[in-house]
Write a protein that binds this ligand. Structure first.
Ligand SMILES: Nc1ncnc2c1ncn2[C@@H]1O[C@H](COP(=O)(O)OP(=O)(O)O)[C@@H](O)[C@H]1O
Ligand SMILES: [Mg+2]
Length: 215
């Protein structure tokens, strides 16, 4: 398994457990939709898998590496080398052009491959927009840049938190199709949070988070 989540518990200070024994596995190249009511802990679980936050008990193992023993440097290395994130809010860097945004994470990880980045720009329909700044792009275009930036490091796992949540129906469909085809071509696994049963139905598997567990 690329990702194993085993009986993970997580509470925030002073609160009841948000995750109360979550178990889930994801194979290399598999795509999984994570659904659940607002506040059910979907983003929390994604943050834990991305080693952005710690958990109280249980274990998460990514690419053979248990996360709980890792120190900050180990967690940062995992984020650089193994996974990438896409968010609802795009999170592009406003002072950088599309071309610079596309390559920034790969550059920081010393994995910049200009040929691969320009292939991604072509695939994502961004080749004519490379000198623009994010403020001059539509939401769908911004999210396509964010997907290119995420895939530029050739992650084994792509984590996407409601990636089409801010897009209209047409842009959503385009973004989802591009994300699924890039993930399929590169053999990456995808863990995608969505509210939409229609989006969930296009992925290999589906897990529903409710009451702190996978229902
Ligand atoms: N940093 C935080 N500090 C305290 N509580 C939080 C924090 N992040 C999320 N929560 C709480 O944890 C619960 C789950 O939140 P979240 O994971 O964002 O759910 P979802 O993404 O499914 O909407 C909510 O009750 C939320 O208020
Ligand atoms: Mg959320």
């Amino acid at each position: 398994m690329l990702l194993s989540i085993d009986h993970v518990q997580k509470s925030y200070p002073g609160g009841r457990p948000v995750l109360n024994g979550v178990s889930l596995t994801l194979a290399q190249g598999q795509t999984l939709a994570l659904t659940g009511e607002s506040g059910s802990g979907k983003s929390t679980l994604l943050h834990l898998v991305a080693a952005l936050d710690g958990f109280d008990s249980g274990e998460i193992t990514l690419d053979g590496q248990p996360l709980s023993p890792l120190d900050d440097a180990g967690r940062a290395a995992l984020r650089r080398n193994t996974l990438s994130l896409v968010f609802q809010q795009f999170n592009l860097i406003p002072s950088l052009t599309v071309a610079q945004n596309l390559s920034i994470h790969a550059r920081l990880a010393c994995q910049d491959d200009p040929g691969w980045t320009s292939h991604l720009a072509e695939r994502l329909g961004l080749a004519d927009l490379l000198e623009r700044y994010p403020e001059n792009l539509s939401g769908g275009q911004q999210q396509r840049v964010a997907i290119g930036r995420a895939m530029a490091t050739r992650p084994r796992l792509l984590l996407a938190d409601e990636p089409t949540g801010n897009l209209d129906e047409t842009a959503s469909a385009v973004v989802l199709e591009l994300m699924l085809s890039l993930v399929a071509d590169t053999g990456a696994a995808l863990l995608l949070v969505t509210h939409s049963p229609e989006i969930a139905s296009q992925l290999d598997a589906r897990a529903h988070l409710s009451g702190g567990r996978i229902a």
